[in-house]
Design a protein around this ligand. Sequence first.
Ligand code: ATP
Length: 221
Amino acid sequence: MKKQYAVIGLGRFGGSICKALLSHGVEVLAIDRSEERVNKFAAIATYAVVADATDEATLKNLGIRNFDHVIVAIGEDIQASILTTLMLVEQGVKHVTAKAQNDYHGKVLNKIGAHMVVHPERDMGVRIAHNIISENVLDYLEISDEYSIIELRAGRKINGRSLVELNVRAKYGCNIVAIKREGDINVSPLADEIIKTGDVVIVIGADTDINRLERAWFDNE
Ligand code: ATP
């Protein structure tokens, strides 16, 4: 059976999740208390309903507990977001992802049992800042408070060097997990792989180690 998803709150974030899920061909129930917002999704979502998600009976009537994954994309009304998340968890939804407006909101959502809490504005801000500070950083993904995956564009300093020469594991405690070159991606680069200027090198490691590596690879370029 196809997996069933529900998105509660059809603002920019919820709306974009809803469209992306639909583009993957899965079934999506789109919910918002605003009729205007729901009307925008009526033609594309599998089902679209006007409902206040903080109303327990409404959630039950929608059979929300049978959905595989429910995304709570209510931002501004923090109380409504918390109450909705709590009821979804209590009703036994297997996977609840909730959008946090700030760190405190995120902490509460974690405490009441959301399976995943996302901070889209904060995370996007961090990614863009990395990009602005260093033009060699193409993308950045935080995997925990201390560890990240970073995409770096190889510059002059490492041009022509092999992975074994660069020796990032011993020197910086990081690992090169993949190399992108001219549209191809090599996810298991060998030790004798030679890096060329313009390659995109994907590195995983502790933030402090990645910073050391970045300084060594790019300072005075
Ligand atoms: P975004 O930052 O994603 O653009 P937004 O600022 O447009 O969000 P928010 O206030 O964060 O809007 O809420 C997102 C949506 O959630 C709105 O369309 C709002 O109508 C809906 N919403 C808020 N509370 C509820 C609720 N209790 N039940 C259902 N929908 C709700």
